[in-house]
Design a protein around this ligand. Structure first.
Ligand code: ZN
Length: 657
């Protein structure tokens, strides 16, 4: 008997005879989560070597390899079969067979054919600008070229109906290129009324809606290379802008306006160009622009790591419980980072090396020959692409390695390493009948090896879980609540369980809450509360056991929604669940909330919205933009594609509470 693990198991409990008996039973057989192993996993995954595990990066690949090798060591079944297309003979027994690869655009880079020149009038020869030094395409630009396109100044390029602000109201913009300052009339005030309109995505939509042929944004920083617009980057969830979008340096803009730095500042402040006082911009002789934009998408390998523990019951082994945690993080910052500066490694120890380490411990425990075999089949998945918009889990539910209709539950661990005051949050409680009882039963301390005697779903539990378990007591040992719970109903949330819930699979989401190091380089391994993480992992282990012990699978229910989108500051609510991973034209919905305006309108999961409230919808940004213009209680038209057919429905947004 191992004294160290004994003391860990009984920590925090009144030592009674009954506990002692059970602990003996446990230590003689089933392994338990270990502080040392969790620490080793998190130390490696959150190390500088892995550089923040950004999807598609070398660091993420190293993490995937590590997880796959651990799966192999524990004896998990490889999830990718010999017959998988593209599998070479050499790969057949390699850890690669744990990898479910999915397509991923790691970034964008300049192609060979980038050119930008302008001339103020017909007498001049064109001024050519150097890409990288004077101008840069934006990552979400469309490709294309144009000659002698007239340009027009549009202030900040903002259309905000609720603020009665429209920079395009006076401009004859049709077929012209809009030139706008980046930022907003709020200046440096981050809490100003124009808040979200600063996003170049929104400006591009405003320009496109107004009929512009393209958008040129003037950099904010004096030194162009310091400007965030000068960094060519790509986000995987937004799609293309549908027209050319590029940034130019302030020096180039001054040249374009035939002024100097001070003159440009004056134009920015006043929103007026003084070179032809008394005339509206569109009447002025405006420059013409020649350009060619060539931006190449750089594909990179990305993969979920999937290992399987087969169930032993001849019938129930065809039911699957997915246990998931994402292993990717933010790399050196960029999209999603809350760090003030860029370039530092975001270690992601809590987010989500902690969940990945928990996943590995659970895989080790359930695969161990000292543990009773589960009756149902367990699928352990370390997801990638989570931080970019649940890309890996979205790919899995659309390319499942075992049938989704027999996937009876998904349990997600994301950020389980910073427990404070025993606080544990469990989401998804409303997604299956009896989830509360399962949580309750799992929260009570069970000597492992004791048959859980609560049948979660109201059916009769068979007499014994396994031969091994039946040899020990069947009484719960203690009713000490290990945790101070916060239970949340909703099955949608900011992590991979959302992808499964959207497919009507009951989910549970376990996490220890957010903290000041969230999405910052300072989320490091030394700040993890390892002792308490072992308790969280034990709790998830009991959740799995309790789900597995029940005679019938969890019954999916529609959860009450917690209001979403409040952070976006919208006044209206539709109740749609957008899919952020789809890159096609339009906006695909993962789901529609019950009783919501969208449900009442007859909108369904899988619908692709192409037009909303008179606005074309090419991507999630267009959709959000249209939403921002809508008013509660007013009827709008929504146009969508369903099974290849175009449909027009009426929707009346509700006021957001
Ligand atoms: Zn995160």
């Amino acid at each position: 008997m191992n004294l160290k693990s004994l003391s860990r198991v009984v920590a925090g409990l009144t030592l009674t005879f009954a506990i002692f008996v059970a602990v003996v039973a446990q230590t003689s057989s089933r392994p338990s989560p270990s502080v040392e192993r969790l620490r080793a996993h998190i130390n490696y995954l959150a190390s500088d070597k892995l550089e923040g595990r950004r999807t598609g990066s070398e660091g993420a690949n190293l993490a995937a390899e590590y997880i796959a090798k651990e799966f192999a060591r524990y004896g998990l079944q490889r999830s990718i079969g010999y017959d998988t297309p593209g599998m070479s003979v050499l790969e057949a027994d390699s850890p690669n067979r744990y990898l479910q690869k999915f397509p991923y655009v790691a970034g964008v880079e300049l192609g060979k054919d980038n050119f930008l020149a302008f001339k103020e009038n017909d007498r001049q020869s064109p001024t050519a600008l150097r890409v990288g030094d004077d101008w840069m395409p934006l990552g979400f630009t469309a490709q294309g070229s144009s000659k002698q396109t007239p340009a027009i100044f549009v202030g900040y390029g903002i259309t905000a109906s609720e603020l009665n602000h429209d920079d395009y109201a006076q401009a004859k913009i049709k077929g012209r290129i809009a030139i706008a300052f980046s930022g907003t009339p709020d200046g440096d005030n981050p809490h100003g009324q124009f808040g979200r309109y600063e996003d170049p995505r929104w400006k591009a939509i405003a320009a496109r809606n107004a009929g512009a042929a393209g958008l040129v944004l003037i950099a904010h920083e004096t030194n162009f290379k310091d400007d965030r617009l000068a960094r060519l980057r790509y986000d995987n969830s937004g799609g293309e802008a549908g027209m050319p979008v590029l940034a130019i340096s302030r020096a180039a803009a001054a040249q374009l306006f035939e002024t100097d730095a001070a003159g440009l500042n004056q134009i920015e402040k006043s929103g007026v160009i003084n070179k032809n006082p008394g005339t509206l911009p569109e009447d002025s002789p405006w420059p013409r622009i020649d350009f060619s934009i060539d931006v190449a998408h750089r594909e990179a390998p990305a993969a979920n790591v999937v290992g399987i523990v087969n169930g032993f019951d001849p019938v129930l082994k065809n039911e699957f419980i997915v246990i998931g945690a994402h292993y990717d993080h933010l790399g050196r910052g960029g999209e999603g980072s809350l760090a003030p500066r860029e370039g530092e490694i975001h270690h992601g120890a809590d987010d989500n090396a902690s969940g990945t380490a928990g996943l590995l411990e659970l895989a080790r425990i359930f695969a161990s020959s000292d543990s009773p075999r589960p009756r149902r089949t367990l699928i352990f998945i370390a997801f990638s692409g989570e931080e970019e918009g649940l890309l890996g889990s979205d790919f899995y539910v659309n390319h499942p390695l075992r049938p989704l209709e027999n996937t009876v539950a998904m349990i997600n661990m994301d950020m389980i390493g910073r427990m404070k005051d025993n606080k544990l949050i469990v989401g998804g409680v409303g997604t299956a009948q009896g989830w509360r009882q399962v949580i309750d039963a799992s929260a009570k301390f069970w000597g492992i090896g004791v048959t859980p005697n609560v049948d979660s779903y109201g059916a009769t539990l068979p007499g014994n879980l396994t031969a091994k378990a039946s040899q020990t007591a069947t009484t719960p040992l203690d009713t000490v609540r290990a945790f101070n719970f916060t239970l949340q109903e909703d099955g949608y949330g900011p992590s991979d369980h959302s992808s499964f819930y959207a497919k009507k699979i009951p989910v549970l989401f376990v996490w220890t809450g957010t903290h000041e190091d969230y999405h910052k380089p300072s989320d490091t391994a030394d700040k993890i509360n390892y002792e308490d993480e072992t308790h969280v992992v034990s709790f998830v282990e009991r959740l799995i056991q309790n789900i597995d012990a029940a005679a019938v699978r969890p019954i999916y229910t529609v959860a009450k929604s917690e209001s979403q989108g409040r952070s976006m500051g919208f006044r209206v609510y539709l109740g749609t669940i957008p899919n952020y991973a789809d890159n096609g034209d339009g906006l695909v919905l993962d789901g529609v909330r019950d009783d919501s305006p969208a449900a009442k309108a007859g909108i369904k999961a899988g619908d692709r919205i192409v037009k909303l409230a008179g606005r074309e919808v090419h991507n999630v940004y267009d959709y959000t933009y249209a939403l921002g213009e809508m008013k509660a209680g007013q009827e709008y038209e929504v146009e969508l594609l369903r099974d290849g057919k175009q449909l027009k429905l009426k929707i009346t947004p509700a006021a957001r509470k």
